[in-house]
Ligand binder design. Structure first.
Ligand code: UDP
Ligand code: MG
Length: 340
């Protein structure tokens, strides 16, 4: 085997496989992964993350890891979800490049080499694009096309297929990203935020032949909610008062003028103004007729005050958010200085 001449440390590739009840797929997956990786002649490790499987998955993985030092298995206490599973794998991964893929053989380990070649052209993230995706159209492909289009529009990251697990990431990018909820699909977007260079290549996709898919249509809604959150974080996370405050101020000012016209205007021109543009506001109208205007004015005033307060509270939260995690508001690529 080629690995004997390679040093054991200095890992080049970490494969991360999140899985839930994939016993029927694991032996074949392991075999295919091994074949593809050995061909690359690189130092690699495979991390399987058992996300609370209730079938034979764990036993199979234990057996595999007993016979192969390059394989590590993380076992969760219960099912925490694919994002958590990937995140655990990323935390343990030591390779310079981290490549997650699904355990159900829908992704093809043969694509790993091409992902790496593309990464070597100077990218930080190479995203897999299942251009010939082998899933149902109505419940899977169509919602996915819409979601990817919307995400591209809203975030400026123009990728065709965020949902494809098979992607290659440079380790530094992953180290600078915290995953929550279902965010593994948004890693390229989060990467884009910290300045990662991103591209995509077409990858194979096979129909699932064994085991069951773990997701239904409800995933689309969760993806949309995540998108709103990401967009929010992208634009406003460091300066909430700038966004909330601006709308708040605008609302407050309009409300102020409306209420001002209705109260002081009435005092200045008690009998109304019959000529010129002011007549629209100060014509002889009863209080009841002015009521809608008054309500609008008061509403705008209150909304303004509320939004400005939210902005200020947001500022407090943002400070806690960054300071509690010791998280800088920037990401450094490298520091260049003379060595003498
Ligand atoms: N998965 C997981 N935890 C979950 C759900 C899914 O680890 O809670 C794994 C699953 O075993 C598979 C991958 O995530 O390896 C993708 O899931 P699936 O194939 O069901 O999604 P689909 O391909 O149908 O979108
Ligand atoms: Mg699948």
């Amino acid at each position: 085997m080629s690995t004997e001449i390679l040093p054991t440390s200095n890992l080049e590739i970490s494969i991360v496989v999140p899985l839930l009840n994939e016993a029927e797929n694991l032996p074949e997956l392991y075999q295919k992964l091994n074949q593809s990786l050995e061909r690359l002649k690189k130092n690699y490790q495979i991390i399987f993350v058992d996300d609370g499987s209730t079938d034979q998955s764990l036993e199979i993985l234990k057996q595999i890891s007993l016979n192969d030092r390059k394989v590590q298995v993380i076992r969760f206490r219960r099912n925490f979800g694919q994002t958590a599973a990937m995140s655990a794998g990323f935390d343990l991964a030591e390779g310079e490049v981290i490549i997650p893929l699904d355990a159900d053989l829908q992704n093809d380990p043969n694509d790993i080499g091409r992902l790496l070649n593309k990464l070597d052209e100077g990218y930080d993230i190479v995203s897999g694009w299942r251009s010939k995706r082998r899933d149902g159209f109505i419940l899977r492909r169509f919602p996915s096309i819409l979601a990817n289009w919307l995400i591209a529009k809203m975030t400026g990251v123009k990728l065709h297929d965020l949902g494809c697990t098979l992607k290659a990431y440079r380790r530094e990018v992953i180290e600078n990203i915290n995953l929550y909820g279902e965010l593994h699909r948004f890693i390229p977007i989060l990467g884009h935020q910290i300045g990662a260079k991103i591209t995509e290549i077409q990858v194979e996709h096979h129909p699932r032949t064994k085991g069951q898919s773990k997701y239904g249509i409800s995933r689309t809604i969760r993806v949309l909610l995540d998108l709103i959150m990401i967009k929010f974080l992208m634009n406003y996370s460091t300066r909430p008062i700038q966004s909330f405050g601006l709308i708040g101020l605008l609302s407050f000012l309009i409300g102020f003028f409306v209420c001002g016209y209705l109260s002081i205007g009435k005092l200045l021109f008690p009998s109304g103004v019959s000529h010129g543009w002011l007549s629209f506001l100060f014509s002889e109208t009863s209080l009841v007729e002015r009521m809608p205007m008054l309500v609008l004015g008061v509403l705008l005033l209150l909304t303004g005050v509320q939004l400005i307060s939210v902005g200020l509270i947001g500022e407090l939260l943002v400070r806690t958010y960054y300071e509690s995690q010791n998280k800088p508001i920037y990401v450094i690529k490298e520091i260049i200085k003379r060595q003498d």
